[in-house]
Design a protein around this ligand. Structure first.
Ligand code: GTP
Ligand code: MG
Length: 201
């Protein structure tokens, strides 16, 4: 799919006041600083549509972007950001889990993990929770430019075989780099394939 238009719609902290769920939607989630906002920008060919930062905790709200006037991309705050106060952490948690469990037009959640890391407990627990709730998701490996080709392949294979110990079936995976625009076309094509399955309720 070619991405022709991408526009910011709204930021808010409550799924009930997100745009009416009349179009298919895809959301990006993962640890703070993992590269969610950067990958959204790479995907839609905009330098600064989603706000990025070198410091974790930049994205703090549910941000809706309308793509090709046909579907939504959503940039979510990172989870597991240690520096925010406990009270705020609970608020973040509720905001995200309410969004994920109630957003009827959510077609697929993209769970971002770092290409260089082993499966992290926080991500694995989160994926288990998604599976229990029946929320469809795929895994996106980020920052692939930070590894050479051989090391990258080895790392991805090791990640998958580690996961295979716990999971009967693995979700679909994509290897990406926002920096090098790697894997973005594959994500766009995946979305294109899912869009026709959207059912208006
Ligand atoms: P929060 O909004 O804080 O949850 O972070 P985020 O997941 O949206 O991360 P963001 O896109 O703001 O990127 C965090 C940092 O990682 C920035 O310094 C980016 O430049 C860097 N980064 C993101 N993607 C890539 C990538 O593909 N390659 C490299 N080398 N750096 C990246
Ligand atoms: Mg962000």
């Amino acid at each position: 799919m070619k991405i022709k238009t991408a526009e910011f719609v709204i930021s808010n902290s409550d799924y009930r006041i997100c745009p009416a769920p009349k179009m298919p939607e895809y959301a990006f989630i993962g640890r703070s600083n993992i590269g969610k906002s950067s990958l959204i920008n790479a995907l839609v060919n905009h330098r600064n549509l989603a706000k990025t930062s070198g410091k974790p905790g930049k994205t703090q709200l549910i941000n809706h972007f309308l793509i090709n006037k046909e579907w939504y991309l959503v940039d979510l705050p990172g989870f597991g950001y240690a520096k925010i106060p406990k009270s705020l952490r609970a608020q973040f948690h509720d905001m995200i889990s309410n969004y994920l469990t109630n957003r009827t037009n959510l077609m697929c959640l993209f769970v971002l993990v770092d290409s260089r890391h082993k499966p992290q407990a926080i991500d694995q627990e989160f994926m288990q929770w998604l599976a229990e709730k029946g929320i469809p998701f795929v895994i996106i490996f980020t920052k692939a430019d930070k590894l050479g080709k051989v090391a990258l392949n080895k790392q991805i294979e090791a990640y998958k075989s580690e996961m295979q110990k716990e999971w009967e079936e693995l979700p679909e995976t994509f290897v990406t780099s926002a920096e090098k625009k790697m894997g973005t076309q594959e994500i766009a094509d995946y979305i294109e394939k899912l869009n026709p399955h959207f059912k208006k309720r």
